[in-house]
Design a protein around this ligand. Structure first.
Ligand code: PEP
Ligand code: MG
Length: 744
């Protein structure tokens, strides 16, 4: 009923302000509330009272609240509904005498959202204590959706004002982010979320709307099938799994049913799609779980796609992209990336996103630079702004000055020169000028990383992070699935050795299908082999899959986060049990099994001789070792950035591992980020390290650095700088590198 009446108000035409005034009256009446008010967002993140029924009329266009201020500001700030039986005693309540609000005890409000952005708040209030129901919140949300269309017309608040950025947006800006797919790119900003105008929200004929929805779903399904069969994305790799999951989502019966039900309540097909998506967003908004956030991006992608089919709107592919385009989005689904003309798409920038974001995985397969986690991106960038992505420094330049553009063009040129120089040394060994040879390995975690072995001519995979396939999968991979992954890794590596690390989940690496209690200090909590030893079946399955995959070949396994010797012993015992179990079966055993431990918990530093008796090799995980040695969260720049890998404590810890392992005659190496840093590598060489494992793009630059070094000369210098008692040897090593023209 309310929707029908609302439609009549909207259809009546006339000034938008008038329609807004009629709307608040209508809602107040229908929802039996003494007050209904609409606040709209103005420039400067201010919410202005635009219409009210029940509050003092003089307050309209006068009362203003900052986003975050008061209950209304709180609804806008968190983009979530609030329903309070006793609003006046809520700590966020901000009293505004001009409104006469003090008379009303209960409050329910919902954000007015457009393209995922808050553009206003719709509120009802009651004089006496009232418990609002879930259903009432939903009704108000649907109404807010209708209002969003009225606001978007630009009559109430100008289109420029609605466009985020308010003025400051025109200055050149720099935003820091996180490089999700490396590379440099320059182009013109294309805002991804082109908002679709929903013309009609209330249906004339629900039957016809069901048919429209069903037809659009069918059309969408077949267009997805066509899209996913394109030559450059077909084939193996995680991006393919990601897209397959997406295809399954499109067929999800629950999603379809929810939309059909929404149509039955009197919404048009497109309004039903939007409503269901708004509900899903509202439910998932507060989730911090990165995997579920990815699911949300998938679902947004699908909902937008379906809306386009319903509205007959162009797919972005059909929009003419500038010759060099950089797509800008809050988040993006994996298939949305594929909508763009790949010959013109030079890069992607996201406000959210993570290494395992589905869009990042697909972008990596297509080699498109992606920068993620750029704060306030959508408020800073406008359609058509020139952009530069500097993936090396995880920086985005918005409307860069001519100087920056020129510098960037120059670094692109230099990069090309360097790339050619690297290509020329690809086949040459990583040996210093005086003959010290270093094994350069790659770190990998995705099947699509494996071809990097050949591309960089690395010795092998020094660290295969097995948790990554677990993290992007929608269900726990069983033994056959795991076997298939590990077999593909070994096949892809050919004769080059691979070290598999057993699951290092926990901490920031969450598995979507596994509900775990939140932890106060997850990095130091229940993670890696601590989980494995409490859930031995999991570890045994993983080891079994590795053995099956390695059949007849060498299997190298290492355990993460070993803290005590008994933990290593227990892991080893499980491995032996699996070996025994496998021995009686038809699958051949690995020709040889090597078992190692990662040194990443400082406690191990005082157990090295005993540990070395038990292991076949050691690998230092410098990322975690540094985190725990300095008690500094590795993901928090404010903490991690304070300490250097070349600080005396770290240097001594690394020296101790090298000394003890050399004495025991056991191979050892290092596989944290510092392995890819030429200055750190110079130090590691001096400390006795001869095996480094790094991100693939670091291998060729590292080969160049090593080939230009004279080890004896460096070692002499190294000994002289040991006496320095500064916080780090970095600057001393930098001086040396510059003096000796070591490419950094
Ligand atoms: C490390 O801790 O250094 C390491 C290589 O493991 P990860 O980065 O996966 O924790
Ligand atoms: Mg680690």
């Amino acid at each position: 009923m309310l929707l029908k009446r609302l439609r009549n108000v909207m259809a009546r035409g006339g000034a938008a302000q008038l329609r807004l005034d009629q709307t608040v009256k209508l809602i107040a009446g229908e929802m039996v509330a003494e007050v209904c008010s609409i606040y709209l967002l103005r420039a400067g993140e201010v919410l202005e009272l635009f219409a009210t029924e029940g509050l003092k009329k003089e307050a309209v266009h006068k009362t203003r609240l900052r986003v975050g201020e008061g209950l209304v500001g709180d609804i806008a700030g968190h983009a979530r509904p609030l329903a309070l039986a006793d609003a006046q005693h809520h700590p966020q309540f901000a009293y505004r005498p001009e409104t006469g609000e003090e008379l009303f005890q209960s409050l329910m409000g919902v954000p007015i959202l457009r393209a995922g952005r808050v553009i206003g708040v719709l509120v009802i209030q009651n004089r006496t204590r009232r418990q609002y129901t879930e259903e009432e919140i939903e009704t108000l949300e649907t109404v807010a959706m209708v209002l969003a269309e009225l606001v978007a017309s630009g009559e109430l608040v100008s289109a420029e004002e609605l466009r985020p950025g308010d003025g400051i947006a025109l200055l050149p800006l720099r935003l820091d982010g996180v490089t999700l797919c490396p590379g440099l790119a320059r182009g013109i900003a294309v805002l991804h979320q082109q908002t679709l105008q929903l013309q009609q929200l209330v249906a004339e004929d629900p039957e016809r709307e069901s048919e429209r929805l069903a037809a659009a779903l069918m059309e969408m399904q077949s267009s997805i099938d066509t899209m996913l069969s394109a030559g450059d994305i077909a084939g193996q790799g995680e991006h393919f799994d990601v897209l397959e999951t997406y295809r399954l989502f499109a067929q999800d019966q629950g999603w379809r049913n929810r939309m059909m039900e929404a149509v039955q309540t009197g919404l048009t097909a497109e309004a039903a799609v939007q409503k269901v998506q708004n509900d899903t967003r509202a439910r998932m908004r507060e989730m911090t779980d990165p995997y579920l956030r990815e699911r949300l991006a998938d679902l947004d992608d699908l909902a937008n796609r379906l809306l386009r089919h319903l509205l007959g709107a162009d797919m972005p592919t059909l929009r003419r992209l500038p010759e060099e385009a950089i797509v800008v989005a809050r988040t993006m689904g994996p298939a949305e990336l594929l909508d763009y003309d790949r010959t013109r798409l030079k890069g992607v920038v996201l406000e959210e996103g993570s290494q395992n974001a589905h869009v990042a995985i697909v972008a990596r397969a297509l080699d498109i630079p992606v920068l993620g986690r750029c704060q306030d991106l959508m408020q800073r960038v406008g359609d058509g702004d020139p952009l530069v992505i500097d993936g090396d420094n995880a920086t985005l330049f918005i409307r860069p000055s001519d100087d920056i553009q020129a510098t960037f063009v120059e670094s692109m040129r230099q990069r090309l020169v360097k790339r050619e120089a690297y290509a020329a040394i690809r086949e040459l060994p990583a040996v210093t000028r005086d003959g010290i040879s270093v094994d350069l390995n790659i770190n990998a975690g995705l099947l699509m990383d494996v071809p990097q072995l050949a591309a960089t001519n690395a010795v092998g995979i020094g660290l295969y992070r097995t948790e990554i396939p677990f993290m992007i999968s929608h269900e726990y991979p069983d033994v056959p699935r795991q076997t298939e992954i590990y077999r593909k890794v070994l096949d892809g590596a050919g004769n080059r050795p691979v070290i598999f690390r057993t699951l290092d989940i926990g901490s920031d690496k969450v598995l979507p299908y596994w509900n775990r209690a939140p932890e106060e200090n997850p990095a130091m909590g229940w993670r890696a082999i601590r989980i494995a030893l409490d859930r031995p079946a999991m570890l045994r399955q993983q080891l079994r899959a590795m053995m099956n995959a390695a059949a007849g070949r060498t299997l190298s396994v290492m355990f993460p986060m070993v803290t005590e010797l008994t933990e290593f012993d227990s892991c080893r015992r499980l491995l032996d049990l699996e070996l025994k179990r496998q021995a009686g079966r038809s699958t051949p055993l690995p020709s040889e099994v090597k078992v190692g431990a990662m040194v990443e918990v400082p406690a191990l530093l005082w157990q090295l001789p005993e540990l070395l008796k038990r292991v076949d090799f050691l690998s230092v995980g410098s990322n975690d070792l540094q985190q725990f040695l300095f008690a500094a969260d590795r993901d928090n720049p404010a903490a991690a950035g304070r300490y250097d890998t070349l600080a005396p404590a770290m240097r001594r810890a690394l020296a101790e591992v090298a000394r003890a392992a050399s004495e025991a005659g056991k191979p050892f190496g290092l596989c944290g980020e510092m392995a890819g840093d030429p200055l750190a590598a110079m130090a590691l060489l001096c400390l006795g390290y001869r095996a480094l494992s790094m991100a693939p793009p670091r291998v060729l630059p590292m080969r160049a650095a090593i080939r230009s070094l004279d080890f004896n000369g460096l070692y002499g210098y190294w000994q002289t700088i040991q006496q320095l008692d500064g916080p780090s040897l970095r600057s001393a090593l930098l001086d040396y590198a510059l003096d000796h023209k070591i490419p950094l």
